[in-house]
Write a protein that binds this ligand. Structure first.
Ligand SMILES: Nc1nc2c(ncn2[C@@H]2O[C@H](COP(=O)(O)OP(=O)(O)O)[C@@H](O)[C@H]2O)c(=O)[nH]1
Ligand SMILES: [Mg+2]
Length: 498
């Protein structure tokens, strides 16, 4: 960013100064907005299903048209409105096994190596349907492909994804049932027993027919990890996400992009959401005291807004109207969560009704009506946050509360959006999700614990910033949502002002 030549005073508090402060994620990902993945595998092996399960990624009508037109090009990135943190490339399948197609794919992988970070390929999912009738999982084309990866010294992590494990379980269930009946069991208990036992049998069969083969000398060791998935088993999807993540250990940037792109592992969202606060938290505690990078000072408000955009980015909720990153949203968060924790007169457990009704009344003005003027109460609040002495317990509390409240509020919104097909959210749902969290006992516990942790000036003296973030993670962990009991579907209000 260009630095203004007019030397900023340390005491000045201009927007220009604040603009110097980049968010931790922006700083780390350096302009790369997407995780770029290449699924490979035969037609019908389950690639599209997997992409939908992991990323909520449905091809747009427009991309589908491109996709089916004859000038198919592996270089064309496929994007989705539903998930703007993912870029997909279509390998057109290896089914032809033709040398030409293999070369197209390996050339693509090779070419991406030399590109800027944002255009590089970050992972390859090599999808193989688990055989259920004694076929071989790998054929000549697969082996040729793995060999070419080795020859080209490929460094992009290759994860072998064995798909449709449920079909193998079903096969084993049928086989066991027959055995049990042959042994004289009645049909019904035989079925029940077979259902119980089939997972273990299928695991053994999978090990033998897939994993052992993969790990044998038959298959060139061009892959890094493997796992088995099924769209019938959400746990297996989360496991694929974890396995993919485990191949990205060396890069903070890729970990951020991955946590953001994947939409099925909520624990990973939470973990990264808190991490988003970690770096900026330092800046926040030093705000108004420490000239940033020797240039200027930043305000706590700026720090909060950077934490805000990082956390929203991790959750990657489909937000076509950009509600979550609007100024009104940040004001709403401050009102709902920061104000109560700032006030020295409130104890950790304010009367939820009076306080909530006051807040929700104001909320109607600031959050729901974007054009509405910020109320004087809000601007007073903003001023007091800004004037807060930097290393007071209040600052530490505000930062901790902002990170934990926004994280849990986003979790609440995540579950709300999850039930919906397009998973796009509107203003009403945002308010619903956040006020639900605001009114919850979890929220009260969170605030109480933060107050307990940072009680007074004495504690502040020996206060460790890193410990505070570990504490935030622990507090958030205890306050996690149980999605099944969180929400009644919101009342549909027609004519809602958006
Ligand atoms: N039983 C079962 N069927 C699956 C699974 N994943 C995909 N399928 C089905 O397999 C077929 C091909 O899947 P698709 O994702 O289109 O494969 P692609 O051609 O590789 O993209 C579809 O009918 C899917 O419904 C799975 O985990 N279990
Ligand atoms: Mg497909």
């Amino acid at each position: 960013m260009h630095t203004s030549s007019s030397s900023p005073s340390l005491l000045a508090n201009s927007d220009a100064d604040d603009e110097q402060l980049r968010s931790y994620f922006d700083d780390t990902t350096k302009g790369c907005d997407v995780f770029r993945i290449l699924p490979i595998g035969k037609v019908g092996s389950g690639k599209s299903t997997l992409v939908s399960e992991v990323f909520d990624f449905e091809l747009d009508e427009s991309s589908v048209q491109h996709y089916t037109c004859s000038d198919h090009d592996i270089n064309r990135e496929i994007l989705s409105q539903n998930n703007k943190s993912l870029s997909l490339h279509d390998s057109k399948g290896l089914e032809s096994g033709s040398a030409e197609n293999l070369k197209t794919i390996t050339d693509f992988i090779q070419d991406r190596k030399g590109r800027p970070f944002s255009e590089q390929l970050h992972a390859i999912w090599y999808c193989v349907e688990i055989p259920i009738a004694g076929q071989r999982p790998f054929e000549g084309g697969d082996i040729a492909f793995f060999n070419s990866l080795i020859e080209s010294n490929n460094k992009v992590p290759v994860i072998v994804v064995f798909t449709k494990i449920d079909r193998l379980q079903f096969r084993e269930q049928k086989r066991l049932k027959k055995i049990y009946i042959d042994r004289g069991m009645e049909a019904k208990p035989a079925l029940a027993q077979a259902k119980t036992d089939c997972a273990t049998e299928a695991a053994a069969a999978y090990q033998k027919s897939c994993v052992d083969v993969l790990q044998s000398d038959l298959i060139p060791a061009a892959w890094m990890k493997h796992c088995a998935v099924s769209n019938k088993h959400p746990d297996s999807i989360v496991q694929l996400i974890e396995v993919t993540k485990s191949t990205l250990v060396k890069s903070d940037a890729l970990n951020i992009l991955w946590a953001s792109a994947q939409m099925a592992d909520v624990d990973l969202k939470i973990e990264m959401s808190i991490k988003a606060g970690k770096n900026m938290y330092w800046q926040g505690l030093g705000a108004a005291m420490i000239p940033l990078k020797g240039l200027c000072r930043v305000t706590l408000l700026t720090v909060l807004s950077r934490i805000h955009s990082d956390i929203v980015r991790v959750w990657n909720i489909n937000d076509p109207d950009k509600i979550l990153v609007g100024a009104n949203m940040r004001v709403m968060i401050r009102m709902l969560f920061v104000e109560p924790i700032m006030s020295p007169t409130l104890d950790g457990n304010p009367d939820p009704d009076s306080e909530a009704s006051h807040i929700i009344k104001n909320l109607a003005q600031v959050a729901i009506n974007p054009a509405g003027a910020v109320t004087s109460a809000v601007s007073e609040l903003l001023k007091s946050i800004d004037n807060m002495a930097a290393t007071t317990p209040a600052t530490a509390r505000v930062l901790m509360a902002y990170i934990s409240d926004l994280t849990l509020g986003m979790e609440s919104l995540y579950w709300l959006a999850r039930a919906r097909k397009d998973k796009a959210i509107n203003r009403q749902e945002v308010v619903h999700a956040f006020t639900t969290y605001r009114a919850s006992t979890q929220r009260r516990d969170v605030h109480m614990q933060i107050r307990d942790y940072i009680g007074d000036e004495n504690i502040m003296r020996s206060f460790s910033r890193d410990k505070a973030l570990t504490k935030v993670a622990a507090i958030v962990d205890q306050a996690r949502f149980n999605p099944t009991e969180v929400f009644e579907p919101p009342q549909v209000q027609h004519g809602f002002a958006v």
